[in-house]
Design a protein around this ligand. Structure first.
Ligand code: PY5
Length: 301
């Protein structure tokens, strides 16, 4: 039996069901996170990566949406550790915290409606092919910051990502790249994006209608250890085609090379040397192999 954490209690996943009229199911009124924990066989321990940063964003998303989470950041971190222990997790795990409007009502005024906070853990391997993906710049634009604060990770917003990904998949590609309303590169359906040009990393700025990703922030911070500069600036579609390397980053995607965009081969069509260097460094960091960043890891046992 697997446990999930719901409003402060561990319950069996089978019992954690919700009524059909649940507000969040109809209107997408939920905020959520995606966190990874990595099993390190050498240290015989499981490490949660940047849990604090994820729960800070969780709280910020909720604040922006006007959803009240009754649990503080430390409480949520403790709950996550407690849950992973209860589930005796000894493998790579994906952690999904969610706070959703759980009242059964058709009312859109959510101010006084009940909110449920839950944490679910799922054994998880890779999300995208680490050898490289083929991406399509889809015709669906990323929802613009003026229509919704895109730095909030809100359930309903993901219909934009689903449409984008399905467009890419139905055209035979692996992943979507969305442009924003101004025509600049925003992000993938569930990843931020970086390009490499003449040995320098470039990534869209946070005001370009993207999720302010924690992996993105991690890469920006650690790139200098590898002697790499990062520039946050607007990126155009044709810059994707002519980049030396392109890669996606995200909790689920980790660091995934993009080897083809809209049928154009990126670089020589294989994961580039800088992408691979960053990917390896990132995987070392999340597995606790880089002392300098051990403070980003919370041991479960
Ligand atoms: N952009 C979008 C739209 C995302 O959904 C995600 C994360 C990111 C960027 C990267 O953010 P971070 O680095 O903070 O994870 N997506 C989720 C994830 O867990 C899952 C989507 C299915 O990676």
């Amino acid at each position: 039996m697997r446990y999930v954490w719901v409003n402060g209690k561990l319950v069996s996943e089978k019992e954690a069901v919700i009524p059909i009229l649940t507000h969040a199911l109809h209107y997408g009124t939920s905020v959520f996170e995606g966190i990874r924990a990595y099993w390190n066989p050498d240290l015989n321990n499981l490490y949660i990566f940047r849990a604090r940063e994820h729960y800070v964003r969780f709280h910020n998303s909720a604040k922006i949406m006007g959803i009240k989470i009754d649990y503080g950041i430390d409480e949520l971190i403790d709950a996550t550790v407690e849950l992973l222990r209860a589930n005796e997790a000894r493998e790579d795990v994906y952690i999904r915290p969610i706070a959703f409007v759980s009242a059964s009502t058709v009312n859109l005024d959510i101010r006084d409606l009940e909110v449920t906070t839950a944490i679910i853990t799922i054994p998880f391997g890779r999300y995208l092919e680490p050898k490289g993906v083929r991406a399509k710049v889809v015709s669906w634009l990323r929802i613009h910051n003026s229509m919704f604060p895109m730095r909030a990770k809100v359930g309903g917003i993901y219909v934009n990502s689903v449409l984008a990904l399905m467009d890419a998949k139905n055209s035979g590609f692996d992943e979507a790249i969305m442009l924003n309303r101004d025509g600049y590169v925003a992000e993938g359906s569930g990843e931020n994006i970086f390009i490499v040009k003449d040995g320098v990393l470039h990534t869209p700025p946070t005001y370009d209608s993207i999720l302010e990703g924690i992996t993105r922030a991690t890469i920006i911070e650690v790139a200098r250890d590898l002697g790499l500069n990062v520039i946050e600036r607007r990126i155009t579609r044709e810059e994707l085609y002519t980049a030396d390397e392109v890669f996606f980053v995200g909790t689920a995607a980790e660091v995934t090379p993009v080897v083809n965009i809209d049928g154009r081969v990126i670089g020589d069509g294989k994961p580039g040397p800088i992408t691979l260097k960053i990917r390896n460094y990132y995987m070392d960091i999340v597995h606790g192999k880089v002392d300098k960043y051990r403070h980003w890891l919370i041991p479960v046992y």
